[in-house]
Design a protein around this ligand. Sequence first.
Ligand SMILES: [Mn+2]
Length: 451
Amino acid sequence: MIRIMFLSVIILGIILTASIILNMYQIRKNRLLREEIASIRKAGTELTKNIKNTQTVSIPEKKDNSVAQPTPHIETKAEARKSGMEQKVLNLVAKYRKDIEEPDLPKIEAELIKFFDSQPKQPYYMLMDRRMIKEDRRLVIIGDTHCDYNSLSGIFEKLSLSSYDYFENAIFVFLGDYLDRGYTLFEYLMLLVGFKKLLGDRCIFLKGNHETIRYNSTLQELASSVQPVSTCPTLNEYCGKNKVFLSKFADYFSNLPIYILLKTQKGTDLLVHGGIPRDRYMDGFIISHDNAEMITDDERIKDAVLENMIWSDPTREKLRLQGASSRFEFGQDQFEKFAFNNKIDRIIRSHEPVENGVEPYYDNRLYTIFSTGGTKNKLTYYDSVINPVIGIMGVDGEIRFESILIKKVIQKNGFNSLNVILYDKEDAGSDPDILKLDDLHLNNEFFIINQ
Ligand SMILES: [Mn+2]
């Protein structure tokens, strides 16, 4: 009996000591975590300070310090709850869904000039360091939208259904190709620019090959390097008298940044419209990981590489011969060489219409994202793209792809503000006007490539 009591006391003692040690460890761990966060913040501030006059995308701190969430799905919200920003975006969508008429154009030109004048000139490269972000600030990556009002507004409307408030919190990166192809111009431009005005630094436009435009001062008109085009001739025809507008338009779109070097907890991503440069330039430069700048002895190589990066396409082959035309292809070996030279893990790009809206290559180390399409969409040039998507990246660097199509109309309990255009009547059943939010089955449209 005494032996049992003695043993119990010893065991109790051990448990007590262990719990005290564990507690001390937890307190120390929490302190270390706080210190770590503080030091990361400090490092971030230092970094931003050091390269202030160059290219770092400053990511505004969010007010609350909630813990990072797992990579997002679009969770539908239970009711029509809207933040101020979300309402402003939806108002913009509604405003420009109506046709802009010819008499409205002088006002539109003046508004666009005001926007162009307000934008600082940006360098061709940007560094975004998401390792510094401790909150749930998601990144929305949007591929080609090509003058398609329906797809652009569809993206905003789809995101407005989420319980996560994208418009207050997320960063939006557009991968280029705003101009040409699609069947709206002024309405699309006003929505695009209006969105950028609302979000400011949280909305980033990269340059696509269709933004290779210039103002020809001899002919006093816009010219494009891409054929066939529609935006430049349309602007020449309808805004031809306003030379200031034409030249500022060309100046803004042709000088957008070319790429973003994105650091996440998973590694380093390159966000760019096309892809990698030609073989012959591959050893002539390196992309700096300090500030994302391209380092080279020869400025001509830099210009050529930047031009290549908005034109190239991946293929499933190992090696691809490269012709002399602007548009050219590369294979897996070429991709891997570029990735190795520049310590890049993934490339996220657009430029090519792909049926499913997203196409993975090279063991998920390269993704093509295309964001205009829809078989019933009268405003897209790309009705071969059945399911246009956007990419959504969590702070952990995981990327998922969300269809921008909304197939059914919601009109219940006053939640009828959505103006859904990509809606497919045949799919919707007998009573398309009265459908529950649950019927959207948003997650069924998710493409989870990494898993
Ligand atoms: Mn393109």
